[in-house]
Design a protein around this ligand. Structure first.
Ligand code: NAI
Ligand code: MG
Length: 499
């Protein structure tokens, strides 16, 4: 299946742009001089290079972030931090088209989805621009003749490591709350998709982000991510990516007892009861699994369908999946672009091969023959999948749905929770009693009712169980970047007299 009749060699059609990373307010090469190639997944051509940062570059960036933290950012007022974030949001809105196009060119996603991402990115900076002035401590009613406070203070330099599926949005989810809290940042984008955040960094100085407050170090995981995790001056690591790397990070951070927050994806159930609105349900199953080519941590890739509608559901979903238009994301008609890299395409194709032995194929199952170039995979639906199957248990991160039948509510809940993960879940029914019973029974950090995937900056995002811990978005994200200091002020002028 991997070998299709494709032209051989490289499809190099565009100029290769040489990018630099952003350290201490300047665009810089790696000290080693090394570079990494950056691809357009739709053409398989190299579109750019970025520096292959290593431990030395990470150290430079952490030093810049440390001196920015102690040298001034800590003392910048919350109002000014908020204004900086609001100005950055304005820049993103002004550059929406350009940034969206860059995101599509580098990640493969349809341009319409990239434009939504830019809107969400701007909204994220706006939200935390507003929140910066609402980070309050507390006054505590201690019994002594005293006053006691809980002060909230920034943890210091935050190390942030993000994936390639929502490149600029994931950067915003990490940078915005950290700056609102008063931290400085060293962020490492995914090696596949550094371009949009480097483009945005061109505006950092103009919006008033002082040098060193946000540093972007490009490079791969072992080269640049790992040294960031163990750098002694980095006080906190925020990570989004694979469970495998999440475990490595947690182990590495343990030596320094460094605080960590992890968002590790999942295998989220999307549950359809007999009484769900049928058309919406079919759409919701496809959207829940195939949005962003299925490269979504919260993908509803385990579709649980009640038996009365099971057969009809599979037929309707397969018929509709056939109409999904694959192609270059820059084409406005495109509904599904290529996967981000040849590695990711190959990983997904391996799951397709496993799936053929584990379920029945309703639609898709391979690489589309019609497209000469690009790391495409057909939208694929397997059905009669047992929940213990590999394709029902492992995160595939591609357009692959496993449909599993169930008989009643109790069985649906049992199957839904039978996974090591617990990021998201959705339930479709018109019965409000049943909907809320299921909501309460699901072990997941995000639960949708009669929808799947809408995400809002106001609401918490993160997982139960092996999907990680800590929460992004809302006021929860700011907590991840704050320390709590207890202050006790004695008001009794002769308090001691003990010895
Ligand atoms: P990954 O977890 O290796 O990469 C995510 C980020 O971690 C990247 O910035 C990468 O450079 C960095 N990284 C890798 N190794 C590191 C290390 N030893 N120390 C510090 N940082 C490191 O994900 P990958 O390999 O790109 O994709 C593999 C699978 O991971 C996907 O098929 C998918 O199942 C899952 N994944 C989940 C994501 C999510 O949003 N939860 C996002 C991306 C991938
Ligand atoms: Mg990896």
């Amino acid at each position: 299946m991997t070998s299709t009749a494709r032209p051989s060699g490289r499809n190099q059609t565009s100029r290769v742009v040489r990018h630099q990373m952003y350290i201490g307010g300047r665009f810089e090469d790696a000290l080693s001089g090394g570079t990494l190639e950056v691809y357009d997944p739709a053409t398989e051509g190299v579109i750019a290079t970025c520096p292959a940062g290593d431990a030395k570059d990470v150290d430079r960036a952490v030093r810049a972030a440390t001196s920015a933290f102690y040298g001034g950012w800590r003392k910048v007022t919350a109002q000014e931090r908020g204004r900086v974030l609001l100005r950055l949001a304005d820049r993103i809105r002004a550059r929406r088209g350009e940034l969206a196009e860059l995101e599509t060119r580098n990640s493969g996603k349809p341009i319409v989805e990239a434009e939504y991402d830019m809107d969400d990115t701007a909204t994220c900076f706006e939200y935390y621009g507003g929140l910066a002035t609402k980070i309050n401590g507390e006054v505590l009613p201690v019994p002594a003749e005293a006053m006691a406070f809980a002060l909230r203070e920034p943890v210091g330099v935050a190390g942030q490591i993000i994936p390639w599926n929502y490149p600029l949005l994931m950067a915003a989810w990490k940078i915005a709350p950290a700056l609102a809290a008063g931290c400085t940042v060293v962020l490492k984008p995914a090696e596949q998709t550094p371009l949009s955040i480097l483009a945005l960094a061109q505006d950092f100085e103009a919006v008033g982000i002082p040098p060193g407050v946000v540093n972007i170090v490009t490079g791969d995981g072992p080269g640049a991510g790992a040294p960031l995790v163990v750098h002694p001056d980095v006080r906190k690591i925020a990570f989004t990516g694979s469970a495998e790397v999440g475990k490595l990070i947690m182990r590495a951070a343990a030596d320094q007892l460094k605080r960590v927050s992890l968002e590790l994806g999942g295998k989220s159930p999307n549950i359809f009861f007999n009484d769900a609105d049928f058309e919406n349900a079919v759409d919701g199953a496809l959207f829940g699994t195939f949005i962003n080519q299925g490269e979504v941590c919260s993908a509803g890739s385990r579709v649980l369908v009640q038996r009365d509608i099971y057969r009809k559901f599979i037929d309707a979903a397969a018929a509709k999946a056939k109409t999904i238009k694959l192609g270059n994301g820059l084409d406005r008609e495109t509904k599904m672009g290529p996967l981000v890299s040849s590695e990711q395409r190959d990983r997904v194709v391996r799951y397709l091969e496993i799936g053929r032995g584990e379920g029945k194929l309703a639609v898709g199952g391979g690489i589309p023959k019609a497209l000469d170039w690009g790391w495409y995979v057909e939208p694929t639906i397997f059905y009669d999948v047992d929940n213990s199957a590999t394709i029902a248990q492992e995160e595939i991160f591609g357009p692959v749905m496993s449909v599993i039948p169930f008989t009643d509510e109790a069985e649906a809940i049992r199957i839904a929770n039978a996974t090591p993960y617990g990021l998201a879940a959705a339930v479709w029914t018109r019965d409000i009693f049943k909907a809320f019973r299921v909501v309460k029974a699901l072990e997941a950090g995000i639960v949708w009712v009669n929808h799947m995937q809408p995400t809002f900056v106001e609401a918490p995002w993160g997982g139960y169980k092996a999907s990680g811990f800590g929460r992004e978005l809302g006021h929860w994200a700011v907590e991840e970047y704050l320390e709590t200091k207890q202050v006790f002020i004695n008001l009794d002028e002769k308090p001691i007299g003990w010895y």
